[in-house]
Design a binder for this molecule. Structure first.
Ligand SMILES: [Zn+2]
Length: 492
């Protein structure tokens, strides 16, 4: 492990609402579960932010030398349209609308999800299990919960009895809700449902004849409730109690609350020591929603084809932008914010490129050891990436001053600086150096810029044949030019 071996890492635990000192169950090992996507549409940018926060956390644990088993599931069945127990299955609905097999929908959007995450330079999780691959495990858990008296069967469906559970446990403790309040708010709905109480949730739903995604069970053909898969898969791969469970803030209730109830009903104890929740992403100050049109997909940012941004932004710039906010804060994406991030990103990469060339002296005019420690301190304080980035820019400033010979650095400090910068910029923040890693692509970009310049001259001379030729032939090679009010941008 690195210098932080004996230091304390503090994590904001949503369950206690406090920052707590992190102690893994097994020294040197961490079990982490993060709720993955429901693969019925292209992955949302907001979801990317959530997964990116946990990718950064996973990466930092690895830097600290932990052996991490990181499980992030794929929801490919059981997630209903209203997020509770009513409505069509999200994947089945999409399959019906697009006239596809449900598994074609799953395949298409799982591939999309992986493609986007790869562009963002995510590390793959250790295990990526699917709900449909764990139907047997889910049925076994339902049997167990029924046997222990926390669930009941009605007409081929099985429901978790929240009221019985709440007598011996505390339903709502993660989201800070009281069962009595929930009941008094929803009493009138109770009569229409086969549930004993509207707060009860489905562990198993009977499949109507037209429901395609169905499996045999002791209660007849049906499908598992959405909350159950995460209990089944986290228990299977991480054990009855594991270190960290993460997800988006919106999953706290009911999804994570139900996960806690299911696991406690089965095992009699809490499944998770630290609950972490990542906050949401807004666009131009408003909640992102497809229905209002205030929504943007990752690929639309990378290509620049969207009505919100003046140009295309690379995945690395978007990643850097997201890392500039703490994972528990709301982050607003806008054209100005991305432009500023692009400047910052380029400045950081330029400094890293110049690092090799800086001269060394007999003394350092800056305390690089203390600075290195401050980088760790930032991350040890609930993964505070914005503070870390501020620290990285202190190093950028030093590199530039040393180049101008206004400051000095020893050989030893230079290696501390290089190692620390590389560790945090590439290994922890997961940024890629587009300026450096691929010299060929840098040159290609230069050539395209030259062609754009020549095309501009051609157009000014009304030589539209030449300007069209440049545009069309580049398009044939897969290089798209986009004319905007601030000039021409391109996408390779
Ligand atoms: Zn989940």
């Amino acid at each position: 492990m690195q210098t932080t071996k004996n230091q304390t890492l503090k994590i904001h635990n949503s369950l206690s609402g406090k920052k707590e000192i992190f102690k893994p169950i097994n020294e040197g090992h961490i079990g982490m579960y993060v709720c993955g996507p429901t693969v019925y549409s292209n992955v949302h940018l907001g979801n990317c932010r959530t997964f990116m926060s946990f990718d950064m956390i996973f990466r930092y644990f690895k830097l600290l030398g932990y052996k991490v088993r990181y499980v992030r599931n794929i929801t490919d069945a059981g997630h209903l349209v209203d997020d509770a127990d009513d409505g069509e299955d999200k994947i089945a609905k999409k399959a019906r609308l697009e006239q596809l097999e449900p598994m074609e929908v799953v395949q298409r959007y799982t591939v999309d999800f992986h493609n986007i995450l790869e562009k963002f330079n995510f590390l793959p999780p250790s295990i990526e299990p699917t709900a449909t691959g764990h139907i047997i495990e889910q049925i076994e858990i339902i049997k167990d919960i029924l046997e222990k008296g926390f669930a009941y069967e009605v007409n081929g469906s099985v429901y978790f009895d929240v009221n019985i559970f709440n007598k011996s446990h505390e339903y709502g403790k993660l989201s800070g809700r009281k069962l009595e309040d929930m009941i008094s708010n929803t009493r009138e709905l109770a009569a229409q449902s086969e549930k004993r109480s509207p707060q009860d949730f489905a562990l198993w739903k009977k499949a109507e004849p037209e429901h395609i995604m169905r499996w045999p069970s002791p209660w007849g053909d049906g499908f598992p409730g959405w909350h159950l898969e995460c209990t089944a898969m986290s228990t299977k791969y991480l054990g009855e109690t594991f270190d960290i469970h993460g997800g988006g803030m919106d999953l706290k209730f009911p999804h994570h609350e139900c996960e806690i109830a299911q696991a406690e009903a089965c095992n009699g104890h809490s499944p998770v020591n630290y609950w972490l929740h990542a906050n949401m992403l807004t666009l131009n100050g408003k909640k992102m929603a497809k229905s209002t049109g205030n929504s943007i997909l990752p690929n639309e940012i990378f290509t620049g084809e969207n009505p919100f941004l003046s140009k295309a932004f690379s995945p690395s710039v978007v990643r850097f932008f997201m890392m500039q906010a703490h994972y528990t804060s709301i982050l607003d994406i806008s054209n100005d914010a991305l432009l500023a991030s692009e400047k910052g990103y380029n400045k950081l990469m330029e400094a890293i490129d110049n690092l090799e060339k800086i001269p060394t002296k007999n003394t350092s005019s800056f305390d690089f050891k203390a600075w290195q420690q401050q980088c760790y301190d930032a991350m040890n304080d609930d993964f505070n990436s914005p503070i870390l980035i501020a620290k990285l820019f202190e190093a950028v400033k030093q590199i530039n001053l040393i180049r101008e010979e206004k400051e000095s650095i020893t050989e030893e400090d230079k290696s501390i600086l290089t190692e620390t910068l590389h560790s945090f910029v590439f290994d922890v923040l997961g940024l890629e150096n587009r300026n450096n890693t691929n010299d060929g692509s840098k040159k290609l970009e230069g050539v395209v810029e030259l062609l754009i310049e020549l095309r501009k001259e051609a157009r000014e001379n009304k030589d539209f044949a030449t300007s069209d030729k440049i545009r069309n032939q580049l398009a044939e090679m897969g290089i798209e030019l986009k004319d905007g009010k601030d000039g021409t941008t391109f996408n390779i």
